[in-house]
Design a protein around this ligand. Structure first.
Ligand code: ADP
Length: 666
C-alpha cells in the first residue's frame, strides 16, 4: 500500500476535476489530424471489420460440430469444420498484420505531423517566450505528450472499432441463437457505465498531473545536465543537493504513476465484477429456462457461452477505451495548449521583402517594457498552467517584479500600433526604454554607451525585431520593421553577441549556417577576415573539427571569432554588435577588435561600445541612462558638454582606466 493516507487518497485527486471532461472541440481538432490519412484509415477499418467478423465464426463451427457433424457421424463435415477452424486464425492473422501496418503508419504519420506542427510553432515564438520557458518542459511536450497522443490514435481507435463491431455482431448472433438468454445478458449492460462514471475524471486528472510532473522532471534534467548547468553544480558543490531535489521530483512522478496504476486496477476490478454478474445472471436464468423445459441444444448453450464472452469482453474493453481515450486526449490537449500560444512577433500579411537595403535606421519615440500587455497576461493565466510558467497570473493589475525569476511572461500589447499614441508612460511602469529617438544613416557607426542596466542590450534586441517596441516605430530605410518580412530582417541584419552559441557540429557546418551555399573559398576568406583561419587550419581536423556541446571545446575568444566569421559570411548591411569585453585575454581581444573593425566598414553598425577606439570612431554616440537617451553626439561634442558621457569617459573609457568590463553581461 502506498504511503500517506492509504488508497482513498489515491482515488481522490481533485485538483483539476472541474475541467470539462472531453470537449467536443478538442476531439474534433484531434480528429482533423487524421484527414490526410483518410484512405489508409478506411482500408484499416475495412480490414478490422473482416477480421472481427471472421473471429466470430469459431463458436458457430463448434455448434455445428456438436449438433450436426458428431450426431450425424458426418466425417466429411467434420474435416471441413476442422479445416475451417484452422483457416480462420490463419487468414485473420495475415489480415491482422496488414491492419497493424496500416494502423501504425497512420498513427506514426499523425504524430509526425503533430510534432512538426508543434516544433514549427515553437520556432515562431518570440525570444521572450524562450527566456521564460524551461527547455526541458518543451522537450517533454514534444516527446512524452506527443507519444501519449499517439496511443490514442494507433491503439484506442482500433480498439473502439474492433470492439464495437464484435459487440454488435455478437449481439445479433446471440439474438438469433436464443433471444430469451440474450435479453438476460443485456439486462446488466447499463451497469458497465458505472465504473467510468466513478473514475473517469479522476483518472484523467491523474494523467494530467503525471505529465506535468514528468515535464518538471525533464526541465530539471535539461538544466542541470547541460554544460553550463553541470559546471555550476560542480563549482558550487551542489551535486548532492541537486540529486536530492531530483529525487523529490522523481518521487512525485513515481507517486503519480502508482496512483494511476492503482486506479486502473480498481477500474478493472469493477468491470470484471460486472461481467461476472452478467454471466451469473445468464447461467441462472438459462438454468431456470432449461428446468422449465425450454428446448436448447447443447451446442447452442456452448456457443452462447462463447458469445457471452464476446459481448462482455468488448464491453469492458470499450469502457476501458473510453478511459484511455480520455487520458490520451490529455496529451492532445497539452500539445494544443502550446500550439495555441499567441505568436507575439509575427510577419504581417503582405509584408515587404527587400532585396537590398541601404541601412538607414531610425528609432522614433520608442518605448519598451519587458512587462506583458494585459491581453497576453490573461491569455497566459487562462490555459497555460504548466508550459510556460508565466509566474504572474491573472488580473494584469500589479506589475510583476522585473527580475529574471519574477515577472515571467512579459509581452507588449500584441496589436502593434500603426500610429502609436504618443502617451507618456506612467512613471511607475518598469520601462526598459522610454521615448527613444535617434537615427543612424547608411554606413554610419553608432556607439551605445551608458551604465549597466541602462537599456543598451534592449536597443540591440529591438532592431532585429527580437521584441517589438511597446510604442513608437523603428524603421529601416523608412519601412516600419513590422511591415517587413522576417526573412528581410534576418538577411540584412547581422548580430554578434557576447554569448556565442555554436551548434555541436563541425566548424564548417556552423559557418554554413549563415550561408548554406558558401564555397570553401568564401568560408576561408571569412575566417581570415575574422582572424580565425590560421587557428582553424592548425587544428588536426581543420574545418571539420567538431566544436562540442555549445562550442565548449573552443575558447571564448575563438568561439567569438567563429561567430564573427559567420556574420561575415552572411554579409548583412546592418550590424548589431555587443563588443567583447575583458573576459578575454588581451591578445584574443585585439584579434576580435581587429576583425570587428574590418566587418563594420561600409555597414550601418549599432554597437554596444566598451572600447575607446570604437567610440572615437563612432559617427554618433548614443548615451543611455535608465532607458532614456540622455545625450547624443560625437566624442568631442559630448565631452565639451560635460554631462553623463563626460563622466562615463572619465570612469570607463579614458586611456589608463579599467576597461568597461564592469558592465559585462554574463
Ligand atoms: P544594459 O544592456 O544597458 O546593461 P539592458 O538592456 O540589458 O541594459 O536592461 C535594461 C533593463 O531591462 C534592466 O533594468 C534590466 O534589468 C531589464 N531587463 C533586461 N532583460 C530583461 C528581461 N528579459 N526581462 C525583464 N527585464 C529585463
Amino acid at each position: 500500500m502506498p504511503n500517506g493516507g492509504g488508497w482513498r487518497s489515491f482515488l481522490r485527486y481533485d485538483e483539476e476535476q472541474d475541467r470539462p471532461e472531453i470537449s467536443r472541440a478538442l476531439v474534433r481538432r484531434a480528429l482533423a489530424y487524421g484527414r490526410p490519412y483518410l484512405g489508409r484509415i478506411a482500408a484499416m477499418l475495412l480490414l478490422i471489420l473482416v477480421v472481427t467478423l471472421l473471429g466470430l465464426a469459431p463458436p458457430l463451427l463448434v455448434r455445428d460440430l456438436i449438433d450436426r457433424a458428431l450426431p450425424e457421424r458426418d466425417f466429411h463435415r467434420l474435416t471441413l469444420l476442422a479445416l475451417g477452424m484452422l483457416a480462420v486464425p490463419l487468414v485473420n492473422g495475415l489480415l491482422g498484420v496488414a491492419q497493424r501496418y496500416l494502423g501504425a503508419s497512420v498513427g506514426e504519420g499523425i504524430i509526425c505531423d503533430l510534432r512538426t506542427g508543434l516544433f514549427d510553432h515553437l520556432h515562431r515564438m518570440s525570444l521572450r517566450f524562450f527566456t521564460h520557458t524551461k527547455t526541458g518542459e518543451l522537450l517533454s511536450r514534444l516527446n512524452n505528450d506527443v507519444i501519449g497522443a499517439q496511443r490514442a490514435v494507433s491503439g484506442t481507435i482500433v480498439d473502439v472499432f474492433t470492439n464495437s463491431i464484435t459487440l454488435v455482431s455478437a449481439l445479433v448472433i446471440m439474438l438469433r441463437l436464443e433471444w430469451r438468454l440474450t435479453l438476460l445478458a443485456i439486462a446488466v449492460l447499463p451497469l458497465f457505465l458505472i465504473p467510468a462514471r466513478l473514475l473517469g475524471r479522476r483518472l484523467r486528472a491523474v494523467v494530467r498531473q503525471q505529465m506535468t510532473l514528468n515535464a518538471e522532471m525533464n526541465a530539471m534534467m535539461d538544466e542541470t545536465l547541460n554544460v553550463s548547468g553541470a559546471l555550476l553544480v560542480k563549482l558550487f558543490g551542489r551535486a548532492a543537493l541537486e540529486v536530492a531535489r531530483f529525487r523529490g521530483r522523481a518521487d512525485r512522478v513515481r507517486r503519480a504513476g502508482v496512483r494511476q496504476a492503482f486506479m486502473m486496477r480498481w477500474f478493472f476490478l469493477t468491470v470484471s465484477l460486472i461481467s461476472a454478474v452478467g454471466t451469473v445472471v445468464v447461467f441462472w436464468g438459462g438454468g431456470l429456462l432449461v428446468l422449465r423445459g425450454a428446448g436448447f441444444t447443447i451446442g447452442t448453450i456452448v456457443a452462447f457461452t462463447a458469445y457471452l464472452g464476446m459481448l462482455y469482453g468488448p464491453l469492458s474493453a470499450l469502457t476501458n477505451a473510453r478511459m484511455d481515450l480520455a487520458t490520451s486526449l490529455v496529451s492532445f490537449e497539452r500539445v494544443f495548449e502550446v500550439m495555441d500560444l499567441p505568436v507575439e512577433i509575427e510577419e504581417r500579411a503582405g509584408a515587404l521583402t527587400l532585396k537590398s537595403v541601404r541601412g538607414h535606421v531610425r528609432f522614433s519615440g520608442v518605448s519598451f517594457s519587458y512587462r506583458p500587455g494585459k491581453n497576453e497576461t490573461e491569455a497566459a493565466a487562462e490555459g497555460l498552467s504548466d508550459v510556460v510558467r508565466f509566474g504572474h497570473r491573472g488580473g494584469g493589475m500589479a506589475p510583476p517584479p522585473l527580475s529574471q525569476e519574477g515577472g515571467k511572461l512579459q509581452t507588449p500589447d500584441p496589436q502593434f500600433p500603426e500610429e502609436t499614441p504618443a502617451h507618456e508612460p506612467p512613471a511607475a511602469e518598469p520601462w526598459a526604454l522610454r521615448d527613444l529617438s535617434f537615427e543612424i544613416k547608411p554606413g554610419q557607426l553608432a556607439a551605445l554607451v551608458g551604465p549597466s542596466g541602462a537599456g543598451k542590450t534592449t536597443v540591440t534586441y529591438l532592431l532585429p525585431r527580437l521584441y517589438d517596441p511597446t510604442s513608437g516605430v523603428i524603421s529601416i530605410d523608412g519601412h516600419d520593421l513590422r511591415g517587413l518580412a522576417m526573412s528581410t530582417l534576418s538577411a540584412h541584419i547581422g548580430m554578434v553577441t557576447q554569448e556565442t552559441f555554436l551548434f555541436n557540429d563541425t566548424i564548417r557546418a556552423n559557418l554554413l549556417y549563415a550561408r548554406p551555399d558558401a564555397t570553401p573559398a568564401a568560408i576561408e576568406a571569412a575566417c581570415t577576415a575574422a582572424n580565425i583561419h590560421a587557428f582553424i587550419a592548425g587544428l588536426p581536423e581543420g574545418y571539420d573539427t567538431v566544436v562540442g556541446n555549445r562550442g565548449y571545446r573552443l575558447s571564448g575568444g575563438e568561439k567569438q571569432r567563429v561567430a564573427i566569421a559567420r556574420v561575415i559570411l552572411k554579409d548583412p548591411r546592418i550590424l548589431v554588435l555587443d563588443e567583447a569585453t575583458s573576459s578575454l585575454d588581451s591578445q584574443s581581444e585585439a584579434l576580435i577588435q581587429e576583425a570587428l573593425e574590418r566587418i563594420m566598414k561600409g555597414r550601418t553598425s549599432l554597437v554596444i561600445a566598451h572600447r575607446l577606439s570604437t567610440i572615437l570612431a563612432a559617427d554618433v554616440i548614443l548615451v543611455l541612462e535608465a532607458g532614456r537617451l540622455v545625450e547624443q553626439g560625437t566624442h568631442v561634442e559630448l565631452l565639451a558638454k560635460g554631462g553623463l558621457y563626460a563622466a562615463l569617459y572619465e570612469t570607463q573609457f579614458r586611456p589608463g582606466r579599467a576597461a568597461a568590463g564592469s558592465d559585462r553581461r554574463p
